[in-house]
Ligand binder design. Sequence first.
Ligand SMILES: C[S@@+](CC[C@H](N)C(=O)[O-])C[C@H]1O[C@@H](n2cnc3c(N)ncnc32)[C@H](O)[C@@H]1O
Length: 390
Amino acid sequence: MNPFTTASKILIPCPLRMVSYLRKETEELNFPIIKETRMSVETQGTLSDCMKLNLYLRTGHRVLYMLKEFKATGPEDLYENIVKIPWEEYLDVNGYFSVISSVENEFILDTRFASLKCKDAIADRMNEKFGMRPDSGPERNKAVIYLYWKDRDAAVYLDSSGDTIAKHGYRKLPFKAPLQETLACAIILASKWDKKSNFVNPMCGSGTLAIEAAMIAVNKAPGLLRGNFGFMHFKGYDKEVWEKMRWEARQKTLRQPEGKIIATDISEDAIDAAVRNATTAGVNHLIEFQVCDFKDSPVPENGGVVALNPEYGERLGEEEELEGIYREIGDFFKKKCKGYTGYVFTGNSALGKKIGLKTKRKIEFFNGKIDCRLLEFELYEGSRRQKDVI
Ligand SMILES: C[S@@+](CC[C@H](N)C(=O)[O-])C[C@H]1O[C@@H](n2cnc3c(N)ncnc32)[C@H](O)[C@@H]1O
């Protein structure tokens, strides 16, 4: 069976609270949604479709092509099911593969043992067919097999992403507490930004929000920045088909955003990192960078979105220091950002209240394990100033 031409289920995992954005993106790429959980969407298609999803998706973490689903009540059962999969049709005997797994059941205490059983089954099958087997180990830059096993439900996938696509490949310099690229995208997709008006990002740090906004504004596919994907290491991969997909994606990329994209930070090192990251992403010429206090950020007249991700003080004492900053964000919104929709992404709701403006929406996210909110403020003429209100 050639997975590049045979349709199967495709599972796309994402972090908690991001599934609605992933769902929308997947639908906009014309893939049907078969199922949705809190941390994944399921669609269907071939491994060639997975190539397209890897190229365009901004909020997914990996794209998994299902080979088989079955019930397993123990390690031997798992092995017997996996050894029956025709691995010789997917893997190069002279190649390399690794296994990653997500396991949660009473049959196995150590996830690594499930991965090992899966790896043994694949190696034994290949040995039986060829008298030799591909190398295996922890590297994620070749063929990757993904094992899911929750309670009695098991499924084995070809991981068409290999290394996670949560990294969009441009962040060489992280600076302080950078947002994950997929989270930055979800924040932008959750905002009211129409991709055409201005996007102002004071406190930009390593530039993730501004870089993702620039890529979204010019419709640049994140997968264009990456040279290696898991699907390249499965039998049947056709480089020409991939090159054609990349070419089509480049044709869809606009030269300039319609609005201005502005990124500022008080730290010269942050702007230095942001410029270099934007250069790697190929969007440095689309963003206006400036070293300045957030209050002095240029805010063009014709409206759009102004989005900030201030620090939110995880250590004792820091919170007090930050209260003044959050208050000043409220003043900045009120005085300089009329006609804009303001956003503050924070993991500290007490600090969020110090902004002192009425929130229109509070959108829930997780930043890693931290419960966060994207606070939305409608900044029309004469925005109401309220004491400690959100
Ligand atoms: C949490 S980091 C932002 C991380 C960013 N979202 C990213 O993905 O890299 C907060 C940033 O605010 C900047 N900052 C702190 N106080 C500032 C101020 N008064 N004016 C401008 N920037 C400030 C810091 O230099 C830091 O880069």
